[in-house]
Write a protein that binds this ligand. Structure first.
Ligand code: PMP
Length: 443
């Protein structure tokens, strides 16, 4: 069993926070409710799904109340307005990540976006259209992932390999929760067709050195897919600077509605891929003998889309832009430094992941000696503190660190030091409740 070593973060304390937490909390209706017999809701589970500000809820309601129609169809005014709102949201989201508008494909979520790419790559081999075969994956090819991927960025690649006869390879992890790049040049080689890697780990908090991975992948002619589910909501992400071929993320983790996500792809690459889902909206010409398909992004948006959710995501991006993503990142960094310091000062608490704030985001997973993570979560819940417990859909990670599960706290724009203090107090309360005093915990 290998376990990460806890050591206190240096000199963290309470730095001034860049965001006005009280003002932001007032924008989130759910944060004014209480839980567990009148306790303030301390929501530390934004990594699973974020809460929504009023402007996002209003945008969705306004769409349904005043503009509801199927976009890209119909000759009437409502259809025109719905199309305008849908495409305006696409333009805003494209601007947010520094992309061209036609490179932004709306999906249901990150999982859907990754499956869209995985199925496009396996469908490519048998595509009738020769231009769709360029990135085909087949026998003898290799797909590379890492050991810290969320199941959403692992299982679709395992399945792709089963469908095509390709081989899955992966980069391992170091003891302190970082990617082990020692074997990068052998794992990513001339047989590699695609490297799929997360920018920020949902369980360890690690921010990965994508530059080196992208450079190596492109040097051998492989595509790179970046899972931005935990990075796009929390730090500035610019696709040009990233240099990857795909970036995927979920609206619901970035203050937006559920049911909408984004697949960004470099246009040249998207244009060379066959569709995954087929049907209405994505076709050019349909005859009984066969059909031709629209260019991206429509080729990958079959059926009537999740229009209100897209509009809501546009409003979420507007909210984040008004705060400034640099401020969002700095805010979470300050909270993370403080939380790491406070948690690691509790005897018996072990952080699973980087113990300091170097290249690290605000997902903090930890174990408490002598108490199962589910029990820690239960006591925290009794105190009004909402955290996630379990393997966090990244089972190989908990296995790598020899723990059955972890308790995970994640931060966002409405998180303040009082939330972190409530978490720390809750952990101490769990130790008291289970009779695991700090002294016993270290014994
Ligand atoms: N990747 C990462 C890193 C995640 O944290 C998550 C969500 N927990 C996903 C992918 C999947 O996102 P979704 O469930 O929204 O598709």
């Amino acid at each position: 069993m290998t376990q990460t070593v806890s050591r206190p973060a240096a000199g963290a304390r309470k730095q001034p926070l860049p965001l006005d937490v009280e003002a932001i909390r007032a924008d989130f209706p759910i944060l004014s409710r209480t839980v567990r017999d009148g306790k303030r809701l301390v929501y530390l589970d934004s990594g699973a799904t974020s809460q929504k500000p009023r402007s996002v809820l209003d945008a969705e309601r306004d769409f349904y109340e005043n503009h509801n129609a199927a976009p890209h169809r119909g000759a009437h005014q409502l259809a025109e307005e719905a199309t305008g709102l849908y495409e305006a949201a696409r333009a805003r989201i494209a601007e947010f990540i520094g992309a061209a508008v036609e490179e932004v494909v709306f999906t249901r979520n990150t999982t859907d976006a990754i499956n869209t790419v995985a199925y496009a790559l396996s469908n490519a081999a048998t595509a009738k259209e020769p231009s769709f075969r360029r990135y085909a994956v087949g026998q003898g090819d290799e797909i590379v992932v890492t050991q810290m991927e969320h199941h959403a960025n692992l299982v679709p690649w395992q399945q792709l390999c089963e469908r095509t006869g390709a081989t899955l390879r992966w980069l391992g992890l170091t003891d302190d929760g970082r990617l082990d790049l020692t074997d990068l040049d052998t794992v990513v080689n001339e047989r590699t067709k695609l490297v799929a890697v997360t920018q920020q780990s949902n369980i360890l908090g690690t921010i990965n050195p994508l530059e080196a991975i992208v450079a190596r992948a492109h040097a051998v002619g492989a595509l790179v897919l970046v899972d931005g589910a935990q990075s796009v909501p929390h730090q500035p992400v610019d696709v040009a600077a990233l240099g990857a071929d795909f970036l995927v993320f979920s609206g619901h983790k970035m203050l937006g509605p559920t049911g909408v996500g984004v697949l960004w792809g470099r246009y040249e690459v998207l244009d060379a891929l066959p569709p995954f889902l087929t049907g209405g909206s994505m076709i050019e010409v349909v005859r009984m003998e066969g059909s031709t398909f629209m260019p991206p992004p429509q080729r990958f948006e079959a059926g009537v889309p999740m229009t209100a959710q897209v509009v809501g995501l546009g409003a979420a991006v507007e909210y984040l832009q008004a705060l400034g993503m640099e401020n969002v990142q700095a805010h979470e960094e300050a909270l993370t430094a403080y939380a790491l310091e406070q948690l690691q000062a509790i005897p018996g608490v072990t952080v699973i992941g980087p113990p300091d704030t170097v290249a690290r985001g605000g997902a903090i997973s930890f174990t408490v000696d002598g108490i199962h993570p589910h029990d820690v979560g239960q006591v925290l819940d009794d105190h009004g503190v909402a955290v996630r417990v379990g393997h966090h859909c990244a089972w190989p990670v908990v296995r790598r660190y020899g723990v059955p599960a972890t308790t995970r706290a994640t931060f966002y724009v409405h998180t303040g030091y009082d939330d972190v203090d409530a978490l720390v107090e809750g952990v101490r309360a769990a130790q008291r409740f289970f009779g695991v005093t700090p002294e016993e915990a270290t014994a």
